[in-house]
Design a binder for this molecule. Structure first.
Ligand SMILES: Nc1ncnc2c1ncn2[C@@H]1O[C@H](COP(=O)(O)OP(=O)(O)O)[C@@H](O)[C@H]1O
Ligand SMILES: [Mg+2]
Length: 234
């Protein structure tokens, strides 16, 4: 059996049956404000603290915003960077490199070869919409990206923006392509809103597919693995 990678997110490893199989690609999908970026930063921070180097690739935010955001949870990204446990990247690494990218991911591939990171977080997969104009090259390169990560035995967590509200979810290519899928959503009753998480799939592992309540605290995301949502499901 493959080595399991601890996510560092309280409760998530338990739902996933112990953690993420090394080299797997996991998609975390959800609407705005539910906690996707927090989970991505928390995953990388945990690795850096525990001797597993990682890359955090932010598409929508620049690196200084990410550093500030991480700091609000008490995560010291500049220190991890100094200790070579973290490489923080934003979309500028892809500037003018569409041609290069279509050949095995240009800049990112070189970085992976040199740094050999154990973890990668991509926030968010919108990256591929920016990089590829047509659906065929987009899909082809998504698969190439997954292959590249597996070749490096790098465990990848990617966020995906979900436009629809639970339980009417529109699935896209990533939901099927990824080894694992975690869906986060807002559960609402009148004025009350509750964050929920649902581990939908993980290839080769037995997981808890029940819906669990979660919170974003000042120390990051916490999942209540023994609780059921307090707001009745519609
Ligand atoms: N330092 C913090 N402490 C507590 N809660 C926070 C902190 N930072 C952000 N949050 C809350 O977490 C929410 C989710 O943030 P985020 O992970 O950025 O969501 P997403 O990426 O899914 O849009 C924010 O809207 C905010 O309410
Ligand atoms: Mg976000």
């Amino acid at each position: 059996m493959k080595k399991l990678v601890n996510t560092g997110i309280s409760g998530l490893d338990e739902l996933l049956g112990g953690g993420l199989p090394e080299g797997s690609v996991i998609v975390i999908s959800g609407p705005p404000g539910v906690g996707k970026s927090t989970i991505a930063m928390q995953y990388i921070n945990y690795g850096a603290i525990n001797g597993e180097s990682g890359i955090y690739l932010s598409i929508e935010n620049n690196t200084s915003d990410v550093i500030e955001y991480a700091k609000s949870f008490g995560w010291d990204f500049p220190k991890h960077m100094e200790e070579k446990k973290l490489l923080l990247l934003d979309r500028t690494i892809f500037d003018d490199s569409e041609m290069q990218l279509s050949r095995d991911f240009g800049a990112l591939k070189d970085i992976m070869d040199e740094m050999k990171p154990k973890r990668l977080a991509v926030d968010s997969v919108t990256l591929f919409d920016f990089l590829y104009r047509d659906d065929v090259s987009k899909k082809m390169n998504m698969m190439k990206f997954v292959d590249l990560m597996k070749k490096h035995n790098c465990t990848v967590l990617m966020t995906l923006k979900q436009g629809e509200d639970f339980p009417i979810l529109k699935y896209n290519e990533w939901h099927f392509l990824a080894d694992g899928l975690v869906v986060m959503f807002w559960n609402r009753n009148r004025a009350e809103n509750e964050r929920c998480i649902w581990t939908v799939k993980l290839r080769g592992r037995s997981i808890d597919t029940n819906i669990r309540p979660m919170k974003v605290t000042d120390k990051g995301v916490v999942i209540y693995t023994n609780d059921i949502p307090s707001i009745p499901q519609r």
